[in-house]
Write a protein that binds this ligand. Structure first.
Ligand code: 2U9
Length: 370
């Protein structure tokens, strides 16, 4: 077990129960410090105080974590030995690391030495590598959202966004969601106050857009949404949705099927098959659930699609006439279709990720894969 994993465990969890065990543990830490402080390569492209911070920084350094997890939680009988070992290690780290850093500096390019101002006559050797700052990357959720936006921009849709803190009217009433609907309960919805919520879907933006632009209207609405969900592998209190709305004089369910079939083939690949099954949403009539053939087993059946060969990916339907009216649009002149999907879910399918929490833990090991 690497030192980084040991210092975040208690002595109990490390099954260290006596003084000998404590001394052995600290001896291991010293060896690791020794090894690291000699590893010039590792620190060459790091900021000057990287080695020091890793071991001695006030927060999250090796010694800070030992203090946190070993010294502060040590059983009474081990407190003295842990205290002694800890202080000795701290002193040694202070003495050793500065020497090590100087060594590393010395081993570095003469140019670096020029910083000391000792021999400014020496021209810096610009052919030597500089500090490479590790570049970040686009978050997988953002990648998928932009990919979806590009597909609909290609179809002539506009991207519309709106407030994440929304009124109960726009988040529920205008969408034909009755007072008694379970989604309104505060174990589903995060209320700011009686009339204000963290939006549970991006649908309120569509009402606002209908009021603002009227028909014809072709928009997709990406954005963060919030539900009072306990975080687990497929639920996160904050998640990302993409909804779409098309309102025009001659819109039909066939347009909806054609558009979503095109979208699915653009996103999952031409070979994907799309299937529509009846469903119900208060804001669409008729409503449907959209399934795509499982891209993992190509429809043969696997654990991802629970042997069904199909994965449910979104909901859709023809906009309920009352919802059009709430948007100030005459349902006798215009019709509309709408869909809603979870962007996080699409990213999990696309990248084969089985835990939605990975997206939001800022774990560089995970994120640096993208
Ligand atoms: C207006 C009219 C109709 C949006 C729709 C769905 C179906 C849907 C879920 C997908 C994954 C929510 O994040 S999720 O759990 N959404 O299935 N959404 S139709 O219908 C609208 C929206 C606004 C004015």
């Amino acid at each position: 077990m690497a030192i980084d994993d040991k210092v975040v465990k208690t002595l109990g969890e490390l099954h260290v129960t006596d003084a000998a065990g404590v001394q052995a543990l600290f001896a291991e830490v010293r060896v690791a410090m020794e090894t690291e402080s000699k590893d010039c390569e590792r620190w060459r492209n790091q900021p000057p105080n990287a080695l020091r911070n890793r071991w001695l920084a006030r927060h999250n350094s090796i010694l800070a974590q030992i203090d946190e997890h070993w010294r502060k939680t040590a059983p009474k009988e081990l407190v003295p030995i842990v205290g002694r070992e800890f202080n000795a290690l701290k002193k040694e780290a202070n003495d050793k690391l500065d020497v090590a850093i100087a060594e590393i500096k010395k081993a570095e390019s003469p140019w670096a030495r020029s910083g000391t101002g000792a021999d400014r006559t020496q021209a810096p050797d610009l052919t030597l590598p500089g500090y490479c700052r590790s570049l970040g990357s686009i978050h997988p959720i953002t990648r998928v959202q932009r990919e979806m936006e590009d597909i609909f921009l290609g179809l002539g849709f506009a991207i519309e966004t709106g407030p994440e803190v929304e009124t109960v009217y726009y988040n529920f009433d205008a969408l034909n969601i009755p007072e008694s609907h379970p989604s309104r309960d505060d174990w589903d919805t995060l209320y700011v106050d009686a009339q204000t919520v963290l939006r549970t879907h991006t649908s309120p933006v569509q009402i606002r857009a209908m009021e603002k632009y009227g028909a014809p209207l072709y928009i997709v609405i990406p954005g963060k949404c919030y539900r009072n969900d306990k975080p687990d592998a497929s639920h996160s209190p904050m998640f990302h949705q993409m909804e779409g709305l098309a309102v025009d004089v001659d819109i039909t369910f066939a347009d909806l099927k054609g558009t979503l079939d095109f979208f699915a083939k653009q996103f999952f690949g031409e070979s994907v098959r799309v299937s529509f099954r009846p469903s119900f949403f208060p804001f669409t009539e008729p409503s449907g659930e959209v399934y795509v053939s499982c891209s993992i087993c190509d429809g043969q059946g696997c654990s991802v699609c629970k042997q069904s060969g199909w994965i449910e990916v979104m909901g859709c339907g023809m906009v309920h006439p009352q919802v059009l009216r709430n948007g100030g649009i005459d349902p006798d002149r215009y019709a509309g279709w709408a869909f809603g999907l979870g962007i996080d879910r699409f990213a999990m399918i696309k990248y084969g990720i089985d835990d939605i929490q990975l997206f939001f833990q800022s774990d560089l090991k995970f994120l640096s894969q993208f």
